[in-house]
Design a protein around this ligand. Structure first.
Ligand code: PLP
Length: 375
């Protein structure tokens, strides 16, 4: 097709946008590097796959895919409402929680308005902000010497809030750092924000975290009207490929989010699988146990290789090398191991590694030792 540059036709926010870079797919690595039996520890997926109950429900739902899905997600919302002790009108379903972040930007941000988030916060916050032409205000992260290195600094976030700020994004725990905030302090922070500022607490990894330390922001909704909590079925529930996430909020906020939500944004199999996954407590418990053991295995293994490991409450670790991590990344790819470079976050010295099965973690640690010339 004839090449033509359409950039000038794009709206200003889109013109300068750099798209989100996903983890490299295994098939692509195998094609490009001629390797086999590759493993992917790059996208914070569940190494156990999906809940068997969810898979069975998705399979059964295929009989209905000739029809559009329930546009209001009645059954899934009813189950989520019961789970979180809220009414269904507090819920907005998304095609992954990523889509809910887009709805939030579309509903509440525009040129002239600002959103605040921390340095090293999840990459999608600046993208959704820029997409709608809003200004991002980035608060400096905690220093590398802090006990929660590179983590969110609530004081800095508070100081970054100005008269034009309409939204603050906080990931707890955060990706790619794995760092977390104490629940009590975070709740006080949300309560301290001016009433025109919506605080989005992104709990994508909350099932893996210790709820005694991080709290459960969904239980604060009744007290904090400007709070939005986002959750996903992509991580501990193992349904990343089906794309289901949701926001819990005040019904007034949910009404606005649902106005921008496209009709039928969550598919028939995704609704069925998510509904079934919610009740598979045994699967979540197993996922948590595998993650707990794997996190310890990776943390201890990396530290034994002399590497820096940022403490993590998620299903991944941020690992720091002496110099730039690009050569190690490349050596791992050649060994058929995909991890995530984080140079786009300004973290050139680090790689983010998803917790895998015991065998995958062992292979990763051996690959790291080889790449560092320590084996
Ligand atoms: C902190 C955080 N929030 C949201 C998401 C979006 O996930 P999904 O759209 O699959 O729900 C991710 C995915 O990696 C994430 O790390």
């Amino acid at each position: 097709m004839r090449a033509r540059d359409f950039t000038d036709l794009a709206v200003p926010g889109v013109r300068g946008l750099t798209p989100y870079t996903p983890g490299k797919p295994m098939a692509e690595l195998e094609r490009e590097y001629g390797v086999r039996d590759s493993i992917k520890l790059a996208s914070n997926e569940n190494p156990l796959g999906a809940s068997p109950l969810a898979l069975e429900a998705a399979r059964r739902s295929l009989a209905e895919v000739g029809l559009y899905p329930d546009g209001n997600g009645f059954e899934l919302k009813a189950a989520l409402a019961a789970r979180h002790d809220v009414t269904p009108d507090c819920i907005t379903l998304g095609n992954g929680s990523n889509e809910v972040l887009v709805f939030l930007a579309q509903a509440f941000l525009q040129p002239g308005l600002e959103a605040v988030f921390s340095q090293y916060a999840f990459a999608v916050y600046p993208i959704v902000c820029q997409m709608v032409g809003a200004q991002a205000r980035v608060a400096p992260a905690l220093s590398p010497d802090h006990p929660m290195p590179l983590g969110h600094d609530l004081r800095a976030l508070y100081q970054a809030v100005g008269p034009e700020t309409r939204m603050v994004f906080v990931a707890n725990p955060n990706n790619p750092t794995g760092t977390w905030l104490d629940g009590h302090r975070l709740k006080d922070f949300v309560a301290s924000l001016p009433p025109q500022v919506i605080c989005v607490i992104d709990e994508a990894y909350t099932e893996y975290a210790d709820s005694d330390r991080l709290g459960d922001a969904s239980t604060w909704l009744a007290e904090l009207p400007n709070l939005v909590v986002t959750r996903t079925f992509s991580k501990a529930y193992g349904l990343a490929g089906l794309r289901v996430g949701y926001a819990l909020s005040n019904p007034g906020v949910a009404d606005l989010l649902n106005r921008v939500r496209p009709p039928f944004n969550v598919s028939v199999p995704a609704l069925a699988a998510a509904r079934a996954a919610l009740d598979d407590h045994a699967f979540i418990e197993r996922s948590r146990a595998v993650n707990r053991a794997g996190l310890a295995q990776l943390t201890e293994g990396c530290r034994a290789l002399g590497l820096d490991v940022v403490p993590s409450a998620g299903n991944f670790v941020l690992v720091g090398f002496d110099g730039a991590s690009a050569a190690v990344h490349e050596a791992l790819l050649r060994a058929g191991i995909i991890v995530r470079p984080v140079a786009s976050y300004g973290l050139e010295r680090f790689l983010r590694i998803t917790v895998g099965t015991e065998a995958q973690n062992r292979r990763l640690l051996a690959g790291l030792a080889d790449a560092l010339g320590l084996s």
